[in-house]
Ligand binder design. Structure first.
Ligand code: PRP
Length: 208
């Protein structure tokens, strides 16, 4: 499918396997979420634009390149929080905007409970961070919030996805590239990703 990028990197596959393992504890789980987010955002930002700038090395003056576009990291609370810090260290000038959504367990619809976007967008590229793309409801709602706010370039970065969620997000927002570590078999009867990794929020925060 156009605009859907599934990582083929051996490190991503290796780390995802440990992440899925039910015996992986919270400490290691958080570390893996952090590392996978860095690897996937590295892949998702390959098309960022650059501009030339002069730089004086200890030897001479030369022309280097620097990022032209400013980046906003948009974690979907709670589970997306664990994807922020490692990525932020890689791009320290990024701004972080939090969106709080939870999936109502009966309706499966996303419910918004927190939104601290500034009045006008100050960044050119938004990376939505959420480990799981299940039914796609949370990602669709977050993308719509960002678009209503005025964001122009939006990308979704997730660790795993169900085909159903990819389909829903792609149909609602075909202009939003989807970068994930793996596409799983599908959703079970309560719309959890199978084989999946359980509840990414609970496993990170020890609340399961
Ligand atoms: C999980 C996950 C996504 C969402 C995915 O969050 O982190 O945000 O569900 O499901 P969807 O694609 O069907 O919308 P959850 O609602 O469990 O909240 P939490 O992160 O606070 O645990």
């Amino acid at each position: 499918m156009d605009g859907v990028y599934v990582s083929n990197h051996p490190l991503v596959k290796h780390k995802l396997t440990i992440l899925r393992d039910r015996n992986t504890d919270s400490t290691q789980f958080r570390q893996l979420v952090r590392e996978l987010a860095i690897l996937l955002c590295y892949e998702a930002t390959q098309d960022l634009q650059l501009t030339n700038r002069s730089v004086e090395t200890p030897m001479t003056t030369t022309t280097g390149e620097e990022l032209k576009e400013s980046i906003g990291l948009v974690p979907i609370l709670r589970a997306g929080l664990g994807m922020v810090n490692g990525v932020w260290e890689m791009m320290p000038s990024a701004e972080v905007w939090h969106i709080g959504l939870y999936r109502d367990e009966h309706t499966l619809r996303p419910v918004e409970y927190y939104n601290r976007l500034p009045v006008a967008p100050r960044v050119q590229v938004c990376l939505i961070l959420d480990p799981m793309l299940a039914t796609g409801g949370s990602a669709v709602a977050t993308t719509q919030i960002l678009k209503d706010w005025g964001a122009k370039r939006i990308k979704f970065v997730g660790l795993i996805a169900a085909p159903e969620g990819i389909e829903v997000l792609h149909r609602a927002h075909p202009d939003v590239p989807i970068h994930v570590g793996a596409v799983d078999e599908g959703l079970n009867e309560v719309s959890f990703i199978v084989p999946g990794l359980g509840d990414a929020g609970d496993r990170q925060f020890g609340t399961g």
